[in-house]
Design a protein. Structure first.
Length: 296
């Protein structure tokens, strides 16, 4: 039985790189293309040193080289690049004997398993740790209006008002995350280490202001989503301070959404009804350190 001819362009997606072979008779016309007329990606990476006796030209490139792009889907990592054929001009500038061509190249890798190819036994870094190390997260802290539907247009308050804060983290294609507010400090100047200063959230997620008398400060339950956290803070000013400005700085942190709440990953408010610290998630035990001040 006759064997099927090898394809004009063949790609092998390996761990961390791709290997591309291009038949010199690219168009099946019997007229071979020159290796110098072929390049890979927008960076125009050249092929390996060609052997004129071989019927193929070979490219080898790392997945992130040669101007390749990465798309992250729920199930896959997709690296894309392009093989370019750019024929040289003939001796007569009035005529053209070949047409440029572009061949799209893709390598697909599963996000939730290891990658293998034939006899190669690669050591493949799990997607979770790779992205967590490399991808930049975008944190925000906003003052919200009374029904939490949008950001508050004014930042002016009267004593007796409640400030509604919403903290968020966003990142496209990231593993699911849960957001926490480790600490927040209010100061009378932009320098967060200046005096006077009031740490109203501290100890890795204890809303200490909720322990004060006659206050409604608290984390708001339930969360709108794991990567968002809301809390109320009763308006205040520093005693003896003639100014009317407060500067608030907060430290936000994330953990994997599947990680169980703990004394490190917590959002705790003091409940006057029970006289105990209450967690937004998890058991009351994770908030016991809010009174002792010995949270890890």
């Amino acid at each position: 039985r006759a064997l099927s001819p090898r394809p004009a362009v063949a790609v092998r997606c390996q761990e961390g790189r791709l290997a591309l072979t291009v038949r010199r008779d690219l168009f099946g016309t019997g007229r071979p293309v020159r290796a110098a007329e072929l390049s890979l990606g927008t960076a125009s990476c050249p092929p390996l040193a060609p052997n004129p006796a071989q019927a193929f030209v070979t490219f080898v490139a790392a997945l992130h080289e040669c101007g390749s792009t990465l798309q992250v889907t729920p199930d896959s990592l997709i690296y894309r690049t392009t093989l370019f054929y750019k024929p040289t001009r003939s001796g007569n500038p009035l005529i053209v004997r070949a047409t440029p061509a572009e061949v799209p190249i893709e390598c697909h890798y599963p996000r939730r398993s290891n990658v293998s190819s034939g006899a190669v036994r690669p050591t493949w870094a799990p997607f979770r740790s790779t992205v967590a190390a490399e991808e930049r997260l975008r944190f925000s802290l906003r003052l919200m209006d009374d029904d939490w539907s949008r950001e508050r247009l004014s930042n002016g308050f009267q004593l007796g008002d409640s400030l509604r804060f919403q903290a968020d983290v966003t990142s496209e294609g990231h593993v699911p995350l849960r957001l926490f507010v480790d600490r927040c400090v209010a100061t009378a100047s932009p320098d967060r280490s200046s005096s006077p200063r009031y740490a109203f959230i501290d100890l890795g997620g204890c809303l200490l202001d909720s322990r004060a008398e006659d206050t409604a400060s608290a984390f708001v339950s339930p969360r709108p989503r794991p990567e968002s956290l809301r809390f109320l803070l009763d308006a205040f000013k520093f005693a003896g301070d003639a100014g009317n400005l407060l500067y608030i700085s907060c430290h936000l942190r994330v953990s994997p959404a599947g990680e169980a709440p703990s004394s490190r990953n917590k959002a705790c408010s003091f409940s006057r009804a029970s006289g105990l610290w209450a967690p937004l998630e998890g058991t009351a035990a994770i908030c016991s350190c809010c009174d002792t001040g010995s949270c890890p």
